[in-house]
Design a protein around this ligand. Structure first.
Ligand SMILES: Cc1cc2nc3c(=O)[nH]c(=O)nc-3n(C[C@H](O)[C@H](O)[C@H](O)COP(=O)(O)OP(=O)(O)OC[C@H]3O[C@@H](n4cnc5c(N)ncnc54)[C@H](O)[C@@H]3O)c2cc1C
Length: 351
Protein backbone atom coordinates (compact mmCIF):
# COMPACT_ATOMS: atom_id res chain seq x y z
CA UNK A 1 0.00 0.00 0.00
CA UNK A 2 1.19 3.51 -0.81
CA UNK A 3 0.83 5.65 2.34
CA UNK A 4 -0.23 9.30 2.14
CA UNK A 5 -1.44 11.72 4.80
CA UNK A 6 -4.59 12.84 2.99
CA UNK A 7 -6.66 11.83 -0.01
CA UNK A 8 -8.69 14.65 -1.60
CA UNK A 9 -11.59 13.70 -3.85
CA UNK A 10 -12.38 16.48 -6.35
CA UNK A 11 -10.14 19.16 -7.80
CA UNK A 12 -12.58 22.03 -8.10
CA UNK A 13 -11.93 25.25 -6.19
CA UNK A 14 -12.39 23.56 -2.78
CA UNK A 15 -10.07 20.62 -3.43
CA UNK A 16 -7.47 22.81 -5.12
CA UNK A 17 -7.25 25.34 -2.28
CA UNK A 18 -7.04 22.60 0.33
CA UNK A 19 -4.37 20.76 -1.66
CA UNK A 20 -2.13 23.86 -1.68
CA UNK A 21 -2.62 24.38 2.06
CA UNK A 22 -1.67 20.79 2.82
CA UNK A 23 1.31 20.81 0.45
CA UNK A 24 2.66 23.97 2.04
CA UNK A 25 2.47 22.20 5.41
CA UNK A 26 4.61 19.36 4.01
CA UNK A 27 1.77 16.84 3.96
CA UNK A 28 1.75 14.01 1.49
CA UNK A 29 -1.46 14.11 -0.51
CA UNK A 30 -3.22 12.31 -3.32
CA UNK A 31 -5.94 14.03 -5.37
CA UNK A 32 -8.50 11.97 -7.26
CA UNK A 33 -10.48 13.91 -9.84
CA UNK A 34 -12.10 13.27 -13.14
CA UNK A 35 -13.38 16.18 -15.21
CA UNK A 36 -17.08 15.50 -14.72
CA UNK A 37 -19.88 17.34 -16.45
CA UNK A 38 -21.59 20.34 -14.85
CA UNK A 39 -18.86 21.03 -12.29
CA UNK A 40 -19.15 24.48 -10.82
CA UNK A 41 -15.64 25.94 -10.75
CA UNK A 42 -15.03 25.30 -14.43
CA UNK A 43 -17.67 27.84 -15.45
CA UNK A 44 -17.58 30.17 -12.41
CA UNK A 45 -17.33 33.87 -13.23
CA UNK A 46 -14.83 34.30 -10.40
CA UNK A 47 -16.20 37.53 -8.99
CA UNK A 48 -14.96 38.42 -5.50
CA UNK A 49 -17.65 40.73 -4.21
CA UNK A 50 -17.67 41.78 -0.53
CA UNK A 51 -21.13 43.40 -0.71
CA UNK A 52 -24.66 41.96 -0.61
CA UNK A 53 -25.98 44.08 -3.47
CA UNK A 54 -29.71 43.64 -2.81
CA UNK A 55 -29.41 44.65 0.84
CA UNK A 56 -26.64 47.16 0.28
CA UNK A 57 -24.66 45.84 3.23
CA UNK A 58 -21.35 44.06 3.68
CA UNK A 59 -21.66 40.38 2.74
CA UNK A 60 -21.57 37.88 5.61
CA UNK A 61 -18.18 38.25 7.34
CA UNK A 62 -16.68 39.98 4.31
CA UNK A 63 -14.11 41.76 6.47
CA UNK A 64 -12.91 38.38 7.66
CA UNK A 65 -12.76 36.67 4.25
CA UNK A 66 -11.70 39.38 1.78
CA UNK A 67 -8.14 40.31 2.88
CA UNK A 68 -7.17 36.67 3.25
CA UNK A 69 -8.65 35.71 -0.14
CA UNK A 70 -6.68 38.44 -1.90
CA UNK A 71 -3.50 37.42 -0.09
CA UNK A 72 -3.90 33.71 -0.84
CA UNK A 73 -4.56 34.23 -4.57
CA UNK A 74 -1.64 36.67 -4.82
CA UNK A 75 0.67 34.17 -3.14
CA UNK A 76 -0.54 31.47 -5.53
CA UNK A 77 0.16 33.77 -8.49
CA UNK A 78 3.76 33.94 -7.32
CA UNK A 79 3.99 30.20 -6.69
CA UNK A 80 2.51 29.34 -10.10
CA UNK A 81 4.12 32.25 -11.93
CA UNK A 82 0.79 33.13 -13.58
CA UNK A 83 -1.63 36.05 -13.44
CA UNK A 84 -4.98 34.84 -12.08
CA UNK A 85 -6.23 37.72 -9.88
CA UNK A 86 -7.42 41.11 -11.15
CA UNK A 87 -8.40 43.82 -8.69
CA UNK A 88 -11.40 45.51 -10.28
CA UNK A 89 -14.11 47.76 -8.85
CA UNK A 90 -17.76 46.85 -9.31
CA UNK A 91 -20.07 49.48 -10.78
CA UNK A 92 -23.42 48.78 -9.11
CA UNK A 93 -26.09 50.42 -11.29
CA UNK A 94 -29.24 51.70 -9.58
CA UNK A 95 -32.55 50.59 -11.11
CA UNK A 96 -34.61 53.46 -9.67
CA UNK A 97 -34.57 56.44 -7.33
CA UNK A 98 -35.47 54.41 -4.24
CA UNK A 99 -32.45 52.16 -4.66
CA UNK A 100 -30.28 55.20 -5.29
CA UNK A 101 -31.48 56.78 -2.05
CA UNK A 102 -31.03 53.57 -0.05
CA UNK A 103 -27.41 53.30 -1.13
CA UNK A 104 -26.70 56.94 -0.30
CA UNK A 105 -28.29 56.62 3.14
CA UNK A 106 -26.45 53.38 3.90
CA UNK A 107 -23.20 54.97 2.79
CA UNK A 108 -23.64 57.75 5.33
CA UNK A 109 -25.06 55.74 8.22
CA UNK A 110 -23.95 52.15 7.95
CA UNK A 111 -20.81 50.14 7.62
CA UNK A 112 -20.77 50.65 3.85
CA UNK A 113 -18.37 53.55 3.49
CA UNK A 114 -15.44 51.14 3.48
CA UNK A 115 -16.82 49.36 0.41
CA UNK A 116 -18.14 52.31 -1.62
CA UNK A 117 -15.38 54.48 -3.08
CA UNK A 118 -17.62 56.88 -5.05
CA UNK A 119 -20.97 57.36 -6.74
CA UNK A 120 -21.34 57.70 -10.49
CA UNK A 121 -23.73 60.17 -12.14
CA UNK A 122 -26.66 59.13 -14.28
CA UNK A 123 -25.68 58.63 -17.91
CA UNK A 124 -22.01 59.04 -17.05
CA UNK A 125 -21.08 56.18 -19.39
CA UNK A 126 -22.39 56.52 -22.93
CA UNK A 127 -22.48 52.73 -23.58
CA UNK A 128 -24.91 52.21 -20.68
CA UNK A 129 -28.63 52.87 -20.33
CA UNK A 130 -28.38 54.33 -16.86
CA UNK A 131 -30.75 57.03 -15.64
CA UNK A 132 -30.14 56.67 -11.91
CA UNK A 133 -26.37 56.46 -11.59
CA UNK A 134 -24.54 53.91 -9.50
CA UNK A 135 -22.03 53.17 -6.77
CA UNK A 136 -18.44 52.08 -7.23
CA UNK A 137 -17.79 49.14 -4.90
CA UNK A 138 -14.22 48.26 -3.96
CA UNK A 139 -11.99 46.51 -3.00
CA UNK A 140 -13.32 43.72 -5.17
CA UNK A 141 -11.69 41.43 -7.68
CA UNK A 142 -11.96 38.88 -10.42
CA UNK A 143 -10.26 35.48 -10.23
CA UNK A 144 -9.70 33.59 -13.48
CA UNK A 145 -10.95 30.36 -11.89
CA UNK A 146 -10.66 28.23 -14.99
CA UNK A 147 -7.02 29.23 -15.58
CA UNK A 148 -6.28 28.76 -11.87
CA UNK A 149 -7.66 25.20 -11.94
CA UNK A 150 -5.92 24.29 -15.20
CA UNK A 151 -2.47 25.42 -14.12
CA UNK A 152 -3.00 23.85 -10.71
CA UNK A 153 -3.86 20.56 -12.38
CA UNK A 154 -0.60 20.74 -14.35
CA UNK A 155 1.26 21.53 -11.12
CA UNK A 156 -0.27 18.60 -9.20
CA UNK A 157 0.25 16.25 -12.15
CA UNK A 158 3.92 17.18 -12.46
CA UNK A 159 4.40 16.39 -8.76
CA UNK A 160 2.61 13.07 -9.32
CA UNK A 161 -0.12 13.98 -6.83
CA UNK A 162 -3.16 13.58 -9.06
CA UNK A 163 -4.97 10.54 -10.36
CA UNK A 164 -7.38 11.32 -13.14
CA UNK A 165 -10.19 8.86 -12.47
CA UNK A 166 -13.68 8.63 -11.03
CA UNK A 167 -13.66 7.81 -7.32
CA UNK A 168 -15.73 4.67 -6.87
CA UNK A 169 -17.16 3.99 -3.40
CA UNK A 170 -17.17 0.25 -4.11
CA UNK A 171 -13.36 0.25 -3.89
CA UNK A 172 -13.20 2.42 -0.75
CA UNK A 173 -12.54 0.92 2.69
CA UNK A 174 -13.86 3.64 5.00
CA UNK A 175 -12.58 2.05 8.22
CA UNK A 176 -8.95 1.87 7.11
CA UNK A 177 -9.30 4.80 4.71
CA UNK A 178 -7.76 2.89 1.82
CA UNK A 179 -8.56 3.12 -1.84
CA UNK A 180 -7.14 1.06 -4.71
CA UNK A 181 -3.64 0.59 -3.29
CA UNK A 182 -3.43 3.91 -1.43
CA UNK A 183 -3.98 4.34 2.30
CA UNK A 184 -4.41 7.68 4.10
CA UNK A 185 -4.87 9.07 7.60
CA UNK A 186 -7.91 10.98 6.36
CA UNK A 187 -9.93 11.57 3.23
CA UNK A 188 -11.62 14.86 2.35
CA UNK A 189 -14.51 14.83 -0.07
CA UNK A 190 -14.66 17.97 -2.26
CA UNK A 191 -17.02 16.74 -4.95
CA UNK A 192 -19.15 19.84 -5.43
CA UNK A 193 -22.82 19.07 -6.15
CA UNK A 194 -21.94 15.38 -6.60
CA UNK A 195 -21.79 15.11 -2.83
CA UNK A 196 -25.35 13.94 -3.28
CA UNK A 197 -23.97 10.64 -4.62
CA UNK A 198 -21.64 10.18 -1.65
CA UNK A 199 -23.12 7.47 0.63
CA UNK A 200 -21.41 8.94 3.73
CA UNK A 201 -22.43 12.56 3.31
CA UNK A 202 -25.58 12.52 1.20
CA UNK A 203 -27.63 13.22 4.34
CA UNK A 204 -26.44 16.85 4.17
CA UNK A 205 -29.14 19.18 2.81
CA UNK A 206 -27.77 20.44 -0.48
CA UNK A 207 -29.76 22.58 -2.83
CA UNK A 208 -27.73 22.50 -6.07
CA UNK A 209 -28.44 25.32 -8.49
CA UNK A 210 -27.59 25.33 -12.15
CA UNK A 211 -26.12 28.51 -13.57
CA UNK A 212 -25.67 29.53 -17.19
CA UNK A 213 -23.13 32.10 -18.15
CA UNK A 214 -22.12 33.62 -21.47
CA UNK A 215 -19.14 35.25 -23.08
CA UNK A 216 -19.89 38.23 -25.27
CA UNK A 217 -18.02 40.62 -27.51
CA UNK A 218 -18.75 44.35 -27.53
CA UNK A 219 -17.00 45.68 -30.65
CA UNK A 220 -17.29 49.32 -29.50
CA UNK A 221 -15.97 48.78 -25.94
CA UNK A 222 -12.33 47.75 -25.75
CA UNK A 223 -11.77 47.31 -22.04
CA UNK A 224 -14.13 48.88 -19.51
CA UNK A 225 -12.21 48.75 -16.23
CA UNK A 226 -15.11 47.85 -13.93
CA UNK A 227 -17.36 44.87 -13.38
CA UNK A 228 -20.98 45.93 -13.87
CA UNK A 229 -23.76 44.71 -11.59
CA UNK A 230 -27.48 45.13 -12.11
CA UNK A 231 -29.35 41.88 -11.52
CA UNK A 232 -26.71 40.24 -13.67
CA UNK A 233 -22.98 40.98 -13.82
CA UNK A 234 -20.69 41.78 -16.73
CA UNK A 235 -16.97 41.22 -16.16
CA UNK A 236 -14.24 42.45 -18.53
CA UNK A 237 -11.96 39.50 -19.31
CA UNK A 238 -10.11 40.41 -22.52
CA UNK A 239 -10.08 43.31 -24.99
CA UNK A 240 -13.69 43.67 -26.22
CA UNK A 241 -14.76 40.49 -24.37
CA UNK A 242 -16.92 40.20 -21.25
CA UNK A 243 -18.39 37.39 -19.16
CA UNK A 244 -22.08 37.80 -18.35
CA UNK A 245 -23.92 35.81 -15.71
CA UNK A 246 -25.80 34.19 -14.39
CA UNK A 247 -29.05 32.25 -14.27
CA UNK A 248 -30.40 30.21 -11.33
CA UNK A 249 -32.27 26.96 -11.89
CA UNK A 250 -32.98 24.26 -9.30
CA UNK A 251 -34.91 21.87 -11.55
CA UNK A 252 -32.53 21.08 -14.40
CA UNK A 253 -29.11 20.04 -13.05
CA UNK A 254 -27.50 19.15 -16.37
CA UNK A 255 -24.69 21.02 -18.12
CA UNK A 256 -26.96 21.70 -21.10
CA UNK A 257 -27.31 25.32 -22.12
CA UNK A 258 -30.91 26.36 -22.73
CA UNK A 259 -32.80 28.83 -24.89
CA UNK A 260 -34.42 30.21 -21.68
CA UNK A 261 -31.02 30.86 -20.09
CA UNK A 262 -29.74 32.57 -23.22
CA UNK A 263 -32.87 34.71 -23.60
CA UNK A 264 -32.80 35.72 -19.93
CA UNK A 265 -29.19 36.91 -20.09
CA UNK A 266 -29.66 38.68 -23.42
CA UNK A 267 -32.77 40.52 -22.25
CA UNK A 268 -31.05 41.65 -19.04
CA UNK A 269 -28.07 42.81 -21.05
CA UNK A 270 -30.33 44.66 -23.50
CA UNK A 271 -31.75 46.60 -20.56
CA UNK A 272 -28.25 47.67 -19.46
CA UNK A 273 -26.26 48.21 -22.68
CA UNK A 274 -26.85 50.92 -25.24
CA UNK A 275 -24.44 49.37 -27.73
CA UNK A 276 -24.40 46.21 -29.87
CA UNK A 277 -22.94 42.97 -28.60
CA UNK A 278 -22.56 39.46 -29.94
CA UNK A 279 -22.75 36.21 -27.98
CA UNK A 280 -19.56 34.17 -28.36
CA UNK A 281 -20.41 31.16 -26.19
CA UNK A 282 -22.62 29.94 -23.34
CA UNK A 283 -21.80 27.35 -20.69
CA UNK A 284 -23.46 25.88 -17.63
CA UNK A 285 -22.46 24.39 -14.29
CA UNK A 286 -24.12 23.39 -11.03
CA UNK A 287 -23.34 25.34 -7.86
CA UNK A 288 -23.04 23.15 -4.75
CA UNK A 289 -25.42 25.34 -2.77
CA UNK A 290 -26.82 24.35 0.63
CA UNK A 291 -30.34 24.88 1.96
CA UNK A 292 -29.20 27.24 4.73
CA UNK A 293 -26.66 28.87 2.35
CA UNK A 294 -23.69 28.06 4.57
CA UNK A 295 -20.69 25.91 3.67
CA UNK A 296 -20.47 22.24 4.61
CA UNK A 297 -17.24 21.56 6.47
CA UNK A 298 -16.30 18.96 9.04
CA UNK A 299 -15.92 15.35 10.01
CA UNK A 300 -18.39 12.50 9.57
CA UNK A 301 -20.39 11.95 12.80
CA UNK A 302 -19.48 8.25 12.91
CA UNK A 303 -16.32 7.69 10.83
CA UNK A 304 -13.50 9.88 12.08
CA UNK A 305 -11.28 9.60 8.99
CA UNK A 306 -13.92 11.00 6.65
CA UNK A 307 -14.18 14.75 6.07
CA UNK A 308 -16.11 17.04 3.78
CA UNK A 309 -15.31 20.46 2.28
CA UNK A 310 -18.26 21.61 0.24
CA UNK A 311 -21.17 24.02 -0.01
CA UNK A 312 -19.21 26.83 -1.62
CA UNK A 313 -21.95 28.82 -3.29
CA UNK A 314 -21.98 32.18 -5.04
CA UNK A 315 -19.26 33.51 -2.74
CA UNK A 316 -17.01 30.48 -2.87
CA UNK A 317 -14.10 32.39 -4.39
CA UNK A 318 -14.26 34.93 -1.56
CA UNK A 319 -14.69 32.46 1.29
CA UNK A 320 -12.78 29.41 0.01
CA UNK A 321 -9.23 30.36 1.08
CA UNK A 322 -10.19 31.05 4.72
CA UNK A 323 -12.47 28.03 4.97
CA UNK A 324 -9.73 25.79 3.61
CA UNK A 325 -7.33 27.05 6.28
CA UNK A 326 -9.91 26.53 9.02
CA UNK A 327 -10.53 22.98 7.87
CA UNK A 328 -6.82 22.26 7.61
CA UNK A 329 -6.11 23.17 11.21
CA UNK A 330 -8.77 20.65 12.25
CA UNK A 331 -7.32 17.93 10.05
CA UNK A 332 -4.13 18.25 12.06
CA UNK A 333 -5.78 17.98 15.49
CA UNK A 334 -9.08 16.16 15.86
CA UNK A 335 -10.07 17.50 19.23
CA UNK A 336 -10.24 21.09 17.99
CA UNK A 337 -12.89 20.38 15.42
CA UNK A 338 -15.73 22.20 17.12
CA UNK A 339 -13.53 25.19 17.90
CA UNK A 340 -11.79 25.81 14.61
CA UNK A 341 -14.66 25.34 12.20
CA UNK A 342 -17.16 28.05 12.98
CA UNK A 343 -20.45 26.45 13.97
CA UNK A 344 -22.42 28.04 11.11
CA UNK A 345 -20.08 26.25 8.65
CA UNK A 346 -19.63 23.00 10.57
CA UNK A 347 -21.69 20.04 9.37
CA UNK A 348 -22.33 19.11 13.00
CA UNK A 349 -25.20 21.64 12.82
CA UNK A 350 -27.11 18.82 11.05
CA UNK A 351 -26.38 16.05 13.63
C1 LIG B 1 -22.52 29.98 -13.61
C2 LIG B 1 -21.78 30.07 -12.30
C3 LIG B 1 -21.18 31.27 -11.95
C4 LIG B 1 -20.50 31.37 -10.73
N1 LIG B 1 -19.90 32.55 -10.43
C5 LIG B 1 -19.26 32.68 -9.25
C6 LIG B 1 -18.62 33.91 -8.92
O1 LIG B 1 -18.62 34.87 -9.70
N2 LIG B 1 -18.01 34.01 -7.70
C7 LIG B 1 -18.00 32.96 -6.81
O2 LIG B 1 -17.44 33.10 -5.72
N3 LIG B 1 -18.58 31.78 -7.12
C8 LIG B 1 -19.20 31.62 -8.31
N4 LIG B 1 -19.78 30.43 -8.61
C9 LIG B 1 -19.75 29.35 -7.60
C10 LIG B 1 -18.41 28.61 -7.59
O3 LIG B 1 -18.28 27.92 -8.81
C11 LIG B 1 -18.34 27.65 -6.39
O4 LIG B 1 -18.35 28.39 -5.21
C12 LIG B 1 -17.07 26.77 -6.38
O5 LIG B 1 -16.40 26.79 -7.59
C13 LIG B 1 -17.42 25.34 -6.02
O6 LIG B 1 -16.24 24.57 -6.05
P1 LIG B 1 -16.20 23.05 -5.57
O7 LIG B 1 -14.78 22.63 -5.64
O8 LIG B 1 -16.89 22.88 -4.28
O9 LIG B 1 -17.09 22.24 -6.63
P2 LIG B 1 -16.78 21.87 -8.18
O10 LIG B 1 -16.18 23.01 -8.88
O11 LIG B 1 -18.05 21.33 -8.75
O12 LIG B 1 -15.69 20.74 -8.12
C14 LIG B 1 -15.95 19.39 -7.81
C15 LIG B 1 -14.88 18.52 -8.50
O13 LIG B 1 -15.01 17.18 -8.03
C16 LIG B 1 -14.98 16.30 -9.13
N5 LIG B 1 -15.68 15.06 -8.73
C17 LIG B 1 -16.93 14.96 -8.17
N6 LIG B 1 -17.21 13.68 -7.90
C18 LIG B 1 -16.12 12.95 -8.29
C19 LIG B 1 -15.80 11.57 -8.27
N7 LIG B 1 -16.64 10.61 -7.79
N8 LIG B 1 -14.61 11.16 -8.76
C20 LIG B 1 -13.72 12.05 -9.26
N9 LIG B 1 -13.97 13.40 -9.29
C21 LIG B 1 -15.16 13.83 -8.82
C22 LIG B 1 -15.65 17.09 -10.24
O14 LIG B 1 -15.33 16.59 -11.54
C23 LIG B 1 -15.05 18.48 -10.00
O15 LIG B 1 -13.80 18.61 -10.65
C24 LIG B 1 -20.44 30.26 -9.84
C25 LIG B 1 -21.02 29.05 -10.22
C26 LIG B 1 -21.68 28.94 -11.44
C27 LIG B 1 -22.29 27.62 -11.83
Amino acid sequence: MNKVDFIIVGQGLAGTLLAYDLISNNKKILIIDKHLKASSSKVAAGMINPVAMKRCSPAFMADHYLPNALKVYRDLELKLNSKILYLKPILKLFANEDIQNTWKVKYSNDDMDKYISSFSKSNEFSFLKNSFGGAVVEPSAHLDVSLFLNISREYFTKLNLLKEEIFSFEDFDHINCSYRGDIADKIIFCEGHRLQNNPFFNYLPMSPTKGEIMRIKIPSLKNFNKMISKGIYMIPVKDYEYVVGATYNREDLSDKVTQEGRSFLISKLDSILDVDFEVLSISAGVRPNVKDRRPLIGVHPEFSKLYVFNGLGSRGVLQGPTLSQELMSCLFSNHLIGNKIKNYNNINRFD
